[in-house]
Design a protein around this ligand. Structure first.
Ligand code: FAD
Ligand code: NAP
Length: 470
């Protein structure tokens, strides 16, 4: 990347040259999850003078790596070491506890930054749109996951595990996380970083059967092989599938042999192996049901039953559609989770597609009705929708940074190119900003708290607790 040349403004004044030793290119990143950190990494490795300030609404960094990834999958969280390396760059700052859209508007951010990368994830959840979804006992995977991971916004949620049967709708990896946490014994969870309150509540759970429902067949499930395999390896739980639901129609048999579907074929083989698994003294059961579309959650005042339409797949291989058969079945249950995907929410002032739950963009450049907003960019789940693992966000962020760097000469230099002034601005609004050094103190305190009870960390599940550790 060559240095941007000096530009003459339309009025004949010389404009600041961004990215030079005299005037760094100032970039704000909104969100400290994987896409935010991968964007920062891609910016900071350029041969340009770039200052990166990263904002997060929470006092703590790492987004879903901290509040989504399951507590019993600790190795995945090691990616934070890579993010810490980025954070140690002297041209990087973290400003936690700052909600963009509330503490500072998107337009106010532009006073202090030449470009803004919005990488604020997809925090909400999709709805089924069926009757009974609002009954007591009907929850979203989003809130359950955030609760057991100690997210401060979800600690007042109550989950009732007094019934023996739980239903989960959705066939993705999040559904597998939820099922696994419900099927594991307290022994299997106690040495993880699961929130202690959640562990205490789950330890008293009466759930003995977890039923996961997919609207398509076993070959169309979107979970991945290691995750489904794990469901056959639990201490006190064994998997159950009706062999009839493993039968494939002609189009699915063709899909099975398509090399592009190797991952799905692996899933199918693992599920086939479940058919011969014996209980061997294990008391809990994990059921997989396929070709079942949820139509109603039934109950007086609270969840008592869930109703599904039996469906079948029709159409060409890899393009099969779900068709109802007009036949229905019900299951008695006390708790119902929908796990059908996350969805983004808007930030005031920023273009937003309600249908897609994303900020409309072209290769990361924010756009609305064909108009490109030069200087505003998006990365990660808010850019492409809530799909993909942590690593997917790296090439995604690199594409966004490439677009930003191509635009450097078109960017409007900001009015106040100073992070000190930005901090003063936020302090005047009584925002208690948390730096990366502050986070390190919270981190150390959480590890110490965890160490006392045999866990890798015990998170502060309230913002006040986090701030008191600084
Ligand atoms: P996020 O990680 O959600 O980060 C967004 C950040 O923006 C958050 O820190 C949030 O606090 C902040 N933010 C939001 N709004 C604002 C605002 N207005 N102002 C300031 N900050 C804001 N992938 C794997 O590879 N392995 C796994 O095991 C795995 N497990 C997962 C489990 C669950 C339950 C989920 C939902 C996902 C999982 N993933 C996993 C996928 C992975 O977490 C995502 O691909 C990734 O986190 C998306 O990154 P992101 O940066 O776009 O969003
Ligand atoms: P997902 O993989 O998109 O799965 C969503 C599931 O919901 C699909 O099975 C989908 O079925 C189903 N669904 C959607 N609408 C439905 C409806 N109206 N009725 C019934 N079912 C419906 O999403 P996710 O599980 O939330 O995961 C998000 C991303 O995070 C994924 O990329 C995932 O791999 C990743 N993640 C990874 C891990 C890991 O690596 N361990 C863990 C968690 C999450 P259809 O396919 O028929 O639409």
């Amino acid at each position: 990347m060559s240095l941007p040349r000096k530009r003459e403004s339309k009025r004949g004044h010389f404009m600041a040259v961004l990215g030079t030793p005299e005037r760094p290119l100032r970039v704000a990143i909104v969100g400290s999850g994987p896409s935010g950190f991968y964007s920062a990494e891609a910016l900071l490795k350029q041969d340009l003078n770039i200052k990166v300030d990263m904002f997060d609404k929470l006092p703590v960094p790492f987004g879903l790596v901290r509040y989504g990834v399951a507590p019993d999958h600790p190795k995945i969280k090691n990616v934070t070491k890579v993010f810490e390396k980025t954070a140690s760059n002297p041209k990087f700052s973290f400003f936690g506890n700052v909600t963009v859209g509330k503490n500072i508007s998107v337009f106010e951010l532009n006073k202090f930054y030449d470009a803004v990368v919005f990488a604020y994830g997809a925090e909400s959840d999709r709805q089924l749109g069926i009757s009974g979804e609002d009954l007591v006992g009907s929850y979203t995977a989003t809130e359950f996951v955030a609760w057991y991971n100690g997210h401060p916004d979800f600690q007042d949620h109550h989950f009732d595990f007094s019934h023996e049967v739980a239903v989960i709708v959705g066939n993705g990896n999040v559904a597998m996380d939820v099922a696994r946490v419900l099927c594991k014994t307290p022994e299997e969870l106690k040495n993880t970083d699961i929130n202690q309150n959640a562990l205490d509540v789950l330890s008293k759970s009466n759930i003995r059967e977890v039923h996961v429902y997919g609207r398509r067949g076993p070959l169309q499930a979107s979970f991945t092989a290691p995750e489904i395999k794990e469901m056959g390896e639990l201490a006190d739980c064994y998997p159950v599938i009706d062999p009839k639901e493993m039968e494939l129609n002609e189009a699915s048999l063709k899909e099975l042999e398509d090399p592009a579907n190797a991952g799905r074929k692996k899933n199918y083989e693992i599920m086939q192996s479940f058919l011969s698994i014996k209980p061997e003294g294990r008391k809990r059961k994990f059921f997989l049901h396929f070709d079942r579309s949820p139509v109603e959650i039934i109950g007086e005042g609270r969840v008592q039953r869930a109703k599904f339409e039996i469906s079948r797949l029709t159409g060409e291989p890899n393009k099969q559609k779900v068709r109802g058969t007009g036949k229905f079945e019900e299951i008695n249950c006390g708790i119902f989770f929908r796990s059908i995907g996350y969805i983004g929410i808007p930030i005031k002032g920023l273009p937003f597609s309600t249908q897609g739950g994303v900020v409309p963009n072209q290769a990361g450049r924010v756009m609305d009705f064909e108009q490109i907003f030069t200087g505003w960019y998006v990365a990660g789940w808010i850019k492409r929708g809530a799909t993909g693992v942590i690593g997917t966000n790296k090439p995604d962020a690199e594409e966004t940074v490439k677009s930003l760097l191509e635009d450097v000469e078109q960017l409007n230099p900001c009015e106040v190119p100073s992070s000190e002034e930005l901090l003063k601005f936020l302090q005047e609004r009584e925002v208690r900003i948390v730096s990366f050094d502050d986070w390190k103190k919270i981190d150390a305190a959480e590890i110490e708290r965890g160490g006392k009870i045999g866990k890798p960390r015990e998170k502060f599940s309230r913002v006040t607790g986090m701030l008191s550790a600084i």
